[in-house]
Design a protein around this ligand. Structure first.
Ligand SMILES: C[S@@+](CC[C@H](N)C(=O)[O-])C[C@H]1O[C@@H](n2cnc3c(N)ncnc32)[C@H](O)[C@@H]1O
Ligand SMILES: [Zn+2]
Length: 166
């Protein structure tokens, strides 16, 4: 079983105001609630880069050179979180695969993370999050990446407040 788990309080794949499809709350979610558990196959960075661009979209980096991702198109929808990036995210990692609400989230709000904090991603994208604090361009090296994320979660005992994810 490689499927991602999503809280019954949100639905994935809805049209997003930020980009493509997103993950949207369908009822209120309290700060600290687990909103998703990322699924997928554990693959190396080399394995991941051998997959199609579409399948690489499903990746979450869980350690240096290790990722969770769909390997086939059949698995894609079930592995995807459809979490878009925001420079003012409302969801962070509470561990390598747990995604946790960083504040109270209202029904109808899109759930977002800060991609720069969760991946050693060496490409960049123009950000369309529309938040006042938008940084304009996002890449995986403007934040502290998965290693720092793990340390933060381990030392604080609470979700990292500046993280991202898919
Ligand atoms: C894992 S997907 C997220 C789900 C995606 N919206 C979809 O429909 O499949 C990541 C991609 O979504 C888009 N994206 C996510 N957040 C964005 C943002 N803040 N600004 C622009 N594009 C974004 C980018 O194309 C990015 O490569
Ligand atoms: Zn932004």
């Amino acid at each position: 079983m490689v499927a991602t788990w999503i809280t019954p309080k949100a639905v994935k794949g809805r049209d997003s105001a930020i980009a493509g499809r997103g993950l949207v709350a369908t009822e209120a979610i309290a700060q600290g609630e687990v909103v998703a558990v990322k699924g997928g196959h554990i693959v190396t960075t080399e394995d991941l880069r051998s997959l199609s661009e579409h399948l690489q979209n499903s990746d979450v980096q869980i350690a240096d050179h290790r990722h969770l991702a769909a390997r086939t198109e059949d698995e894609y929808e079930s592995v995807m979180l459809f979490l878009n990036h925001s420079c003012e995210p409302n969801v962070g990692f509470g561990g390598n695969v747990l995604l946790v609400a960083m504040r109270d989230i209202e029904s109808g709000e899109e759930l977002t993370t800060d991609y720069a904090m969760f991946d050693d991603y060496d490409r960049s994208m123009e950000c369309c999050c529309g938040r006042p604090a938008c940084r304009g361009r996002i890449d995986g090296r403007t934040g502290s990446g998965p290693t720092s994320r793990r340390s933060t979660a381990a030392t604080s005992g609470s979700p990292d407040t500046s993280v991202g994810g898919f």
